[in-house]
Design a protein. Structure first.
Length: 59
């Protein structure tokens, strides 16, 4: 289930600019646009990621 949006060398546990860029790409893949695809996880995009990657999001 690798999306290929973030180089493995950058997957270091820090939510920096490369992660924001990769997450924005994920959001666009999910159909989000504009401010909803800014790279900051929102509830809906995070739920979609959770469903794809097998984890649970709770409020």
């Amino acid at each position: 289930m690798k999306e290929g949006l973030l180089a493995s060398s950058l997957a270091d546990g820090h939510f920096g600019s490369s992660t924001v860029t990769a997450y924005a790409a994920w959001q666009r893949c999910c159909g989000f646009k504009g401010a909803d695809a800014n790279g900051i996880p929102g509830a809906e995009s995070l739920k979609k990621l959770a469903a794809r990657r097998g984890f649970t999001v709770t409020a």
